[in-house]
Structures are given as structure tokens and as C-alpha cells.
Design a protein around this ligand. Structure first.
Ligand SMILES: [Zn+2]
Length: 105
């Protein structure tokens, strides 16, 4: 599965780590990191703002197994793209929206 990252917070973290280790790092290493960060920034899919979404209960239920092993729950739909999941996940698998914020309970 693809992973989505918040590019700005990633770069912030890189800068913090570089800042802490500044005296111990070679110029070549720092240039290499700078080069990699520039490549990420200029990547066509680099989106500076990852959209925030929420999981909405669809009102539809799923169940599987029987007797002791039965499990069930309701389906959740991404409020941005409508993708339906059985469980609330941190990111929408379809559109990549960040679902970790406040949820509609
Ligand atoms: Zn979605």
C-alpha cells in the first residue's frame, strides 16, 4: 500500500535532526540531504497540504463468521471520496486523506 506523508512536517523533522547533529555532519552529507529534500519538494505529486477527512458511518453493517467466531461492525465512508472501509484507518486508502484528526463520533 502506498504511504502518504506530510512533506512539510517531514522537512521540519529533517531540519531538526540536522540542526542537532550539525557539528558532526560532513558537508557532503548535508548537501546530499538538501538534494534529496529538493527532489521531494519538486516531485509532481508533492502536495504541501494533505487533506483532512473523517470517517462517516454509512448505516450499513457487515458480519462474518458464525457462532463464537462472529464479528461484525458498521462500514465507514471517507467524507471526501466516498471510499468505504470496515474499519477506521489513519489514512483513506483511496484518496490518502488524513483521517487522524477529530472524528465525527
Ligand atoms: Zn478518501
Amino acid at each position: 500500500m502506498d504511504k502518504q506523508i506530510d512533506l512539510n512536517s517531514f522537512i521540519e523533522r529533517v531540519n531538526i535532526v540536522i540542526g542537532f547533529a550539525d557539528g558532526d555532519l560532513s558537508e557532503d552529507f548535508k548537501n546530499g540531504v538538501e538534494f534529496a529534500v529538493d527532489m521531494m519538494k519538486s516531485h509532481p505529486q508533492a502536495d504541501p497540504k494533505i487533506r483532512k477527512g473523517i470517517w462517516k458511518e454509512t448505516g450499513e453493517y457487515w458480519s462474518e463468521g458464525c457462532g463464537m467466531g462472529e464479528s461484525y461492525g458498521c462500514y465507514y465512508a471517507c467524507n471526501l471520496c466516498g471510499y468505504i472501509m470496515r474499519y477506521k484507518t489513519p489514512f483513506c486508502s483511496n484518496c490518502g486523506a488524513d483521517m487522524r484528526g477529530e472524528q465525527d463520533e
